[in-house]
Design a protein around this ligand. Structure first.
Ligand SMILES: [Zn+2]
Length: 383
């Protein structure tokens, strides 16, 4: 079967469908309109196997055999598995992707299409229209928002406390018998003073993730035993880096590490998104966006009229209040909703298939950082 031909036919149909919706207008989309759009999306596909085929089109580099990377595959009924025509092995095609273990691709495709249309909806609204359990919709939405939020590095940042007016839902983090705003107390402490310490925590957590994820590879397994101790090397090298590129040699002499240790340390920092290597064997420091406390927070607090009003309105219109824990994800949802050029047709599908697999635990453990990234249509800073 010609997989790419099938994908492009679907994709062109989808693009036409996307243009049709813009005329409805993205703000205050009524339930009937959303129902109509869902019907339109459904009509693009003839069955579950079609939805999968569409998703595969966004896999970076295209669909390949998991064993030998051959692109010559014989897809089976339902398109979940394929036999490789070269090595003869059977691949489970969504394995290890963002869509690993997804039972009904239809629901995901519907949700992603709607978000790419600029439609925003609560889990309740989607579940009313589709008959899905609202908890399943929550899971889908929060995972998609996590993907969106992972693209917010170029966005403006602000202390999360500036968004408190929108917080009115309870989460697991809310102290017992307190108003949801009380969650902020914990973060206020971090925000006011101990940014240096929270940067430590951030680096340590990122590095531990890397150690855990790379247990299988040889170069790391030796290191993973000394988890607690070795991140100190990363931290001191991280502090030696800056926005100006520095040569491997100069970092080496300043840190006192051997060539081997320094290479490994820099590799860890790169994997953690804390450093970047540039041509000429030079390195620059990358700052995790939320540690950048040198922001306009003070001046913002002084201004009576919150610049985040569009976000507050979006929240009360669509979600009727949110929890502090997921604030960053709602900000990501707002970004997707308002930045129509950035999140146009096909972009969220692409981002999902480039994203790592997200587990239920990733979703539940999510907590918005003390400094959050946001997008305001007037500022247009995200790229
Ligand atoms: Zn193969």
């Amino acid at each position: 079967m010609n997989f790419f031909a099938a994908f492009y036919v679907l994709r062109n149909k989808a693009k036409k469908g996307g243009r049709a919706l813009t005329s409805i207008g993205t703000y205050d989309l009524k339930k009937e309109n959303m129902q109509r759009r869902i019907d339109e999306i459904d009509s693009l596909f003839t069955g579950a196997s079609d939805h999968l085929l569409y998703l595969y089109g966004f896999i970076p580099g295209g669909l390949k055999c998991h064993i030998c990377n051959s692109v010559h595959l014989d897809l089976h009924e339902g398109n979940r598995t394929a036999t490789c025509l070269l090595c003869g092995k059977v691949s489970f095609l969504t394995a290890q992707t963002f869509f690993h273990g997804v039972r009904r691709p239809l629901d995901w495709v519907r949700a992603i299409f709607l978000l790419e249309d600029g439609v925003s909806f609560s889990a309740n609204m989607f579940s009313e229209l589709t008959g899905m359990a609202s908890s399943s919709v929550s899971e889908i939405l929060s995972k998609l928002w996590i993907v969106l939020s992972s693209h917010m590095e170029g966005c403006s940042v602000e202390r999360s406390s500036s968004f408190l007016p929108s917080v009115s839902k309870r989460s697991l983090q809310t102290p017992t018998a307190k108003h949801p705003m009380a969650e902020q107390d914990v973060f206020d402490e971090i925000e006011s003073e101990n940014m240096a310490e929270s940067l430590d925590t951030f680096i340590r957590r990122k590095l531990e993730e890397i150690y855990q994820n790379s247990n299988s590879t040889e170069s790391f397994s030796a290191d993973s035993n000394k988890n607690g101790a070795s991140w100190l090397a990363e931290k001191s090298v991280y502090n030696l880096l800056s926005a100006e590129p520095k040569s491997f040699e100069s970092i080496g002499s300043a840190s006192g590490l051997s060539v081997g240790d320094l290479s490994l340390t820099l590799l860890h920092l790169e994997l953690a998104g804390l450093a970047k290597s540039l041509p000429g064997n030079t390195f620059v420091q990358l700052r995790p966006f939320w540690t950048d406390i040198t922001i306009s927070a003070q001046s913002r607090e002084k201004s009576k009229k919150s610049p985040f009003k569009p976000f507050f309105e979006f929240v009360s219109r669509t979600f009727h209040g949110i929890s502090r824990k997921y604030l960053q994800l709602y900000l990501a949802a707002f970004w997707c909703h308002t930045s129509r050029r950035r999140w146009a047709v096909g972009t969220l599908f692409t981002a999902c298939l480039r994203s790592k697999q997200l587990t239920r635990r990733d979703r539940l453990a999510y907590v918005s950082p003390p400094v959050v990234a946001y997008y305001l249509p007037a500022e247009k800073r995200c790229y």
